[in-house]
Design a protein around this ligand. Structure first.
Ligand code: ADP
Length: 680
């Protein structure tokens, strides 16, 4: 009202008064609008500082959000008090900015902390504009202040994450790189300094900074042999055909090759164009050197293993030749009727010792073959009970020593036959029954039983009353060299028996399993396929003596002539004596290859048995002559050799032998071959 009185006093005209009123209403309207706007934009406040009067007019709501009251505003509005509301660390920054602003500089966005009435701070950003007089002095400084605490928290969280990434990258020793499709198709490459450090350069090294683009500098150093692979992996990755993960060599500063493993990922724009690719470079030089060293060692070990195999093959050959005579002659006496009982027992002992020695030779070979992954199985029809008996005889001394009682329950399956490899099966029983003795208590029991499972497989169960296997060790039982703690028990062992056993069982198409209870006993079982068409109800009494005395049946009725080419007189005699039991077979012997070839041509035998290691021509050369001669080319030739390794057998088959028999020769094997090759 005073204003109007003053206007009246100044005798303002009615029209001027009306204009003034309109102007006043417009200003009120604008003020209300600004207030609405600021009220709507939460977290924003405004201020206006009259520098001459040194008064700050605040939007009190900003301070109310910080917990201050209307009554605090008079104090806050005095500029000299304002600094007291700022965090002490931010005051010098604020003063510095304000001084520059007063001197004419434009105000830059400034962020600082303002104290809340209740304690603690908010982060606020201030934007100020000035009204200056003609001398540039600030008359009014007005602006807005806004709460940016959330933004600041996000920024701080980002900084933490970035710092973490930086630490990880730093500690991983990996270099990072990024490729991006730059403007106007010019790509942009960024390499972290670590990438160059891998090659022995520093980031600001002239060699990688001048003249060429950094990516070109990198590619220039790449090994030409690896470049194609690098390009292909990259190309495939861009086409979506796999990840970008490639190893390549780059020439380092010292001209040495540095191995890098690069991994990365390409991002595409919405049109499917490559946009950005980021990745890491790992220095794998040390790893590669170690890998190459291991490969060399492996090669050396393979050579050594080959040498070992050859040595074993030779040794086994040397041992098998005399064994042929021992086992063969003692076996020949099985059918002889004119021997006293004592003589028969003695001969059986010789036979047993020979067979045991043969088993030892086989085991040594077995281990080396399994190690080399080369063991082959000669699957034939065998009577498991017979093998189990042999194993009992071998192990009976150990059983007696610990006074272990053994019981066999065949469940009327004593004459059942299996398809298995006799040596492998013997080894399986030796290992399992051997363990049942070793890990049994004094005076314990072992039960070996047979049962048929529903899939038509024969299951052997070897159950003992020994120490059992701890629950936590059961998962490791088929691990090589793992003795599951038995190494501290004083019981001898190597921890490989069960591994070999498992491989042998599986090699024969069977399965092995076990259950065990600590301090009570263990139960190992093996399942193997039986021979078809068996009369499972047959209950023959399979005593060792009666089985041994049975002569293998020759199904040939008409007379056949056989030529045996062999230089060893003992083997010649053995063969002659064997043939005496089969009157339909006429045997001719040639002790030299050349004589054998002559006899083959002149007498056209029905079959030739040929020793491989002959002094004049070896068996393979001899076979080749026979096969090239139209007169002898159709005569079946059976090799008989002490070379019994897999590759010997394969070599024999490839060369064209009709069959390949190994020494010591078992009569039933020979008769089986003759039954197959000689047509009546
Ligand atoms: P070795 O007997 O030479 O140690 P194996 O491979 O035959 O090796 O057996 C591995 C381990 O399994 C043995 O060391 C032993 O701890 C355990 N084990 C095998 N058979 C039996 C068993 N019948 N009773 C208790 N523990 C056994």
């Amino acid at each position: 009202m005073n204003l109007f009185r003053n206007f009246q006093a100044a005798q303002i005209s009615a029209s001027q008064l009306q204009a003034l009123r309109a102007r006043l209403s417009e200003m009120t309207h604008m003020r209300e609008m600004f207030e609405r706007v600021f009220r709507g934009s939460k977290g924003y406040g405004y201020f206006d500082c009259d520098m001459e009067k040194s008064i700050v007019t605040w939007d009190a709501r900003f301070w109310q959000v910080l917990g201050y009251h209307e009554s605090d505003m008079a104090f806050i509005s005095q500029p000299k008090h304002l600094m007291g509301y700022l965090h002490h660390e931010d005051r010098p920054i604020m003063q510095h900015h304000f001084r520059k602003f007063l001197k004419g500089a434009v105000w830059n966005e400034t962020i600082f902390r303002i104290k809340k009435k209740t304690g603690g701070y908010i982060w606020a950003e201030v934007r100020i504009d000035a009204v200056r007089d003609n001398n540039g002095r600030v008359k009014f400084a007005s602006g807005i202040i806004l709460d940016v605490s959330r933004l600041k928290q996000i920024e701080q969280a980002l900084q933490v994450v970035e710092a973490r990434h930086a630490r990880i990258i730093e500690s991983s020793n990996d270099g990072i790189w990024e490729w991006s499709a730059g403007p106007a198709g010019k790509p942009n490459f960024q390499y972290s300094s670590r990438c160059w450090e891998h090659l022995g350069y520093t980031d600001d090294d002239d060699a990688v900074n001048f003249g060429v683009d950094r990516f070109d500098a990198w590619l220039d150093r790449m090994h030409p042999e690896d470049r194609k692979r690098f390009d292909k992996v990259l190309h495939d990755h861009i086409k979506g055909k796999g990840s970008f993960d490639v190893e390549y060599r780059v020439r380092g500063k010292n001209n040495q090759w540095c191995w890098i493993r690069a991994r990365g990922h390409m991002d595409f724009d919405p049109n499917g164009k490559p946009m950005r690719m980021s990745g890491t470079n790992m220095d794998i030089t040390a790893l590669k050197i170690a890998e190459q060293r291991v490969l060399k060692e492996k090669e050396k070990a393979e050579h050594a293993s080959q040498a070992k195999s050859e040595f074993l093959s030779r040794i086994s050959h040397e041992l098998r030749t005399p064994l042929n005579a021992i086992i063969g002659f003692s076996e020949w006496f099985d059918g002889a009727s004119n021997l006293t009982r004592d003589q028969k027992v003695n001969i059986q002992e010789i036979q047993k010792a020979g067979v045991h020695l043969l088993a030892l030779v086989n085991e040594v070979l077995e281990l080396s073959k399994i190690e080399a992954g080369k063991r082959s199985y000669s699957i034939e029809e065998i009577m498991p009970l017979r093998i189990i008996r042999e194993v009992f005889n071998l192990l009976c001394a150990q059983m007696e020593e610990k006074q272990i009682k053994l019981c066999v329950e065949t469940n009327n399956l004593h004459d059942i036959t299996l398809f298995a490899d006799a040596t492998a099966l013997r080894q399986v029983f030796i290992n399992l029954i051997g363990n049942a003795i070793k890990y049994n208590k004094e005076g314990g029991h072992i039960e070996v039983s047979f049962e048929m499972n529903c899939e038509g497989k024969l299951r052997f169960i070897i159950e003992d009353t020994g120490r059992g296997i701890p629950e936590e060790c059961k998962g490791d039982i088929f691990q090589p060299f793992n003795r599951l703690g038995a190494e501290f028990s004083g019981i001898e062992g190597t921890g490989v028996g069960l591994v070999i056993t498992k491989q042998l069982v599986e090699g024969m198409g069977g399965v092995i399993g076990f259950s065990s209870e600590l301090h009570t006993g263990s139960r190992f079982w093996v399942e193997l396929p039986i021979c078809e068409k068996q009369n499972l109800s047959a209950k023959a009494d399979a005593s060792a003596g009666s089985e041994a005395a049975q002569l293998p049946v020759l199904n040939i009725t008409s007379e056949k002539s056989i030529l045996y080419i062999e230089d060893n007189p003992a083997n010649q005699r053995l063969m002659s004596q064997n043939f005496l039991r089969y009157p339909q077979l006429q045997l001719k012997i040639a002790s030299e290859a050349v004589l054998g070839l002559f006899l083959a041509r002149s007498s056209s035998p029905d079959l030739i048995i040929l020793d491989i290691n002959l002094p004049d021509l070896d068996g393979f050369e001899c076979l080749s002559v026979l096969k090239q001669d139209p007169i002898t080319k159709d005569i079946p030739v059976v090799a008989l050799s002490a070379n019994a390794l897999v590759h010997d057998l394969n070599k024999g088959r490839k060369a064209g032998f009709s069959s390949y028999l190994t020494k010591p020769l078992r009569l039933n094997q020979l008769i089986c071959v003759l039954n197959n090759l000689l047509v009546s």
